[in-house]
Design a protein. Structure first.
Length: 210
């Protein structure tokens, strides 16, 4: 059963050589984005790096395999991964750990972002979810932080969800971001763009010195 799950996860969630950043980005610190489909990982990549090359839309997974991006707004390489699939969830942490173990010390991600959509209100507890990936990262000694996308601004925003995340994923930093302002049908701004600069600063504190 587990071998079937591993094969299924490898097909749905292909890492392998794609987990290694291209040689052209070798001088940049590497940040790997992990999270369920629809969390807003590609939109986050575009906002943080100041680019428009990571294809982003709602619905089915857009990113097929790990793709690496760099841009003018922040000196780091971001690895955008395919959204996590519940059907193969039990094997995804195994696939991640195996892929990381296959990389040399200078090829591994320096940091991981565990990306969750705050609008869902889910902390993704249980076997085969983001909690298993967080444990795999801890086992490999890779620091991580949680990024709540589509989040409301304000210190008290999503307090209940953040408490559940701490119980599920452990005492990781949580950064709330809305990468693109949300407008109503009348054009009024419902949720402003915010948090991108905070995310860059929080990540800089965990990345190796440049």
């Amino acid at each position: 059963m587990l071998s079937w799950l591993r094969r299924t996860a490898a097909a749905l969630w292909p890492f392998g050589e794609h987990l290694r950043a291209p040689d052209a980005l070798a001088g940049l610190p590497r940040v790997l984005l992990l999270g369920p489909t629809g969390a807003g990982k590609s939109t986050l990549v575009n906002a943080v790096l100041g680019i428009d090359s990571a294809e982003a839309r709602s619905g089915a997974p857009v990113t097929v395999r790990t793709t690496w991006h760099a841009g003018p707004a922040w000196p780091a390489a971001l690895g955008d991964t395919r959204g996590l699939e519940t059907a193969a969830g039990q094997a995804q942490a195994v696939v991640l750990r195996q892929a990381l173990a296959a990389l040399g010390p200078g090829e591994r991600p320096d940091l991981a972002w565990l990306v969750l959509n705050a609008e869902t209100g889910r902390a993704h507890a249980g076997a085969g979810t983001l909690a298993a990936l967080a444990e795999a990262l801890r086992a490999e000694g890779i620091p991580a932080l949680v990024v709540l996308t589509h989040a409301e601004p304000g210190e008290d925003a999503h307090a209940g969800l953040r408490a559940r995340i701490a119980g599920v994923l452990g005492p990781l930093p949580v950064v709330r971001v809305n990468a693109r302002e949300t407008r109503g049908e009348d054009g009024a701004v419902l949720v402003p763009e915010h948090g991108v600069d905070v995310l860059r600063a929080a990540s800089d504190a965990l990345l190796p010195a440049r």
